[in-house]
Write a protein that binds this ligand. Structure first.
Ligand code: BG6
Length: 496
């Protein structure tokens, strides 16, 4: 397929990471822990929690027997100059990362920011600009400060809106004129699947702390979501006041939108639609500016309606998003029978017999490039907003061969297939700002907290047991992505 002239000159080819998966330095220069620092892999959902009698709060307890790889991660905190130089050698035009909220407001509720944290991001953003890379910044990539969880109950507490507003304004003022593309909360639509990571919500503290924690209920999560939506609206408002040239995007995991009905049984077709609405709910509120009817029905039938204060709905209506950022990795199949429940986030899903390839075990994510075109078209039909693919990639378990080479033709094939379908979607009329590969250098996996699941064009010598000297090494895919960018997506032929 010839993709010449499909992508505009200023198309943002790039890569994406998250602070908590690459920086390490988890307690350096004043930083305190955030939610992911206290968890090995966000799929494990809840950290350990214990009641602190003296402080009268719930404390998140780190498990001393476990090795939290993310605490050192790949030491991006000290090596970002070297890494960004490598990114620029590949030709990247944009680089996405998150600012770690607890580097700036270590507990989350302070009055003044931590200057040392800001200085670190000053240097990092200036380095991106020096190399001609557009910084694309997420304000919280599963990074709510931990103190806001134990002491305040995470995003179930309305006070977090004010804390986030202060944080967002501090950051926008500092990087005004330097950063054009912003996102508030990474994969906000994972709030139900992973309440702790996405919404800082742990199992509910009971009234008597000696009782075991109560399960999180849907009402609490809808309440947290409402607060996240208001915080998103306020951040959008703040950005427009502070930097009118910048753009605010929502960020959702939209692999879930490529959830197909298993067959033409109307029950499955409607079931798949309902499943997809679990994600549409988030983009509908943040892009259309109001709560959709299907959610109001759920609230009234289940008694899960959140408390909405006067003025909130106006804020949502007046501050909708400028663009839609999303991640896409794979598709899934919905069937109504209980044992075939879809889990778009794990390897559990029901196998789609029409898809022949999967990523390697134990992850086994189905490879479905057409699903990307499908999602892009669905989003365009629904919202008519610019799109930004801010995550796409494949995790492989790799070791250098006896000559030190890493031949990752599988990664190049995955990339090529997805770029071809992305180009089709652009021809279909989807407006696309850019494409960011997830994890251009190896980082710690978010889902499982391991190093073994590698996404990079650059290998990082660190392993599941914590060993490795952290040196960086180009894989074969490095030159492939370079070629793609150099030709603005026109030459996708794999020449390895
Ligand atoms: C996305 C997250 O869901 O998927 C990233 O935003 C994450 O943080 C990526 O790393 C890939 O998932 P995993 O579990 O393979 O790291």
């Amino acid at each position: 397929m010839n993709t010449t002239t499909i992508f505009p000159e200023n198309f943002l080819w790039g890569g994406a990471v998250a602070a908590n998966q690459c920086e390490g330095a988890w307690l350096e220069d004043g930083k305190l822990p955030n939610v992911t620092d206290a968890l090995i892999g966000i799929l494990s959902k809840n950290p350990s929690v214990k009641w602190d009698e003296e402080k009268q709060i719930w404390e998140i307890a780190l498990d001393e027997d476990k090795d939290y790889l993310s605490h050192i991660a790949v030491d991006f905190y000290h090596r970002f100059e070297e890494d960004l130089k490598l990114m620029s050698e590949m030709g990247l035009k944009a680089f996405r990362t998150s600012i770690s909220w607890s580097r700036i407001f270590p507990r989350g509720d302070e009055d003044t920011p931590n200057e040392a944290g800001l200085l670190f991001y000053d240097r990092m953003i200036d380095t991106m600009l020096k190399y001609g890379m557009e910084p694309v910044i997420t304000l919280s990539h599963y990074e709510t400060p931990l103190a806001l969880v134990g002491e305040y109950g995470g995003w179930t507490n309305r006070k977090l809106i004010g804390f986030f507003d202060k944080y967002a304004r501090t950051i926008f003022e500092r990087y005004q004129g330097k950063v054009k593309y912003w996102m508030t909360f990474n994969e906000i639509n994972n709030a139900f699947r992973m309440p702790y990571a996405a919404a800082g919500v742990i199992s509910f503290p009971p009234s008597d702390p000696k009782e075991p924690l109560k399960d999180i209920d849907d009402k609490a999560i809808y309440q947290a979501c409402h607060h996240l939506f208001v915080a998103n609206a306020l951040a959008t408002k703040a950005l427009r006041e502070i930097d009118e040239d910048a753009m605010m995007g929502i960020m959702c995991s939209f692999s879930a939108i490529a959830t197909y009905a298993w067959d033409s049984d109307p029950e499955n077709v409607f079931g798949a639609l309902e499943f997809r609405r679990n994600s549409w709910f988030f983009s509908d509120v943040m892009c259309r500016g109001h709560y959709p009817g299907y959610v109001k029905r759920i609230w009234s039938e289940n008694g899960t309606e959140p408390e909405i204060k006067v003025g909130d709905l106006e804020l949502l209506q007046e501050n909708t998003s400028d663009y839609i950022a999303f991640s896409y990795y794979r598709s899934a199949v919905y069937d109504k029978s209980a044992e075939m429940k879809v889990d778009t986030g794990g390897a559990k899903g029901f196998d789609n017999p029409f898809l022949k390839e999967k990523s390697p075990e134990p992850w086994s994510w189905p490879i479905d490039p057409k699903g990307l075109r499908y999602v892009m078209n669905e989003l365009t039909d629904r919202y008519e907003l610019p799109l930004f693919i801010v995550e796409n990639g494949i995790g492989l378990d790799e070791t250098p061969d006896e000559n030190g080479r890493i031949n990752d033709v599988e990664r190049c094939r995955y990339l090529k297939m997805h770029l071809e379908e992305m180009a089709e979607a652009v021809k279909d009329g989807c407006e696309l700002l850019g494409y960011l590969w997830w994890g251009p250098f190896d980082i710690v996996s978010a889902g499982t907290g391991e190093m073994k699941k590698r996404y990079g064009f650059i290998y990082v010598d660190r392993h599941n047991d914590g060993s490795g000297d952290l040196h960086r090494q180009k894989k074969d895919s490095f030159n492939y992505y370079k070629q793609v960018i150099e030709t603005n997506g026109a030459d996708l032929e794999i020449k390895i």
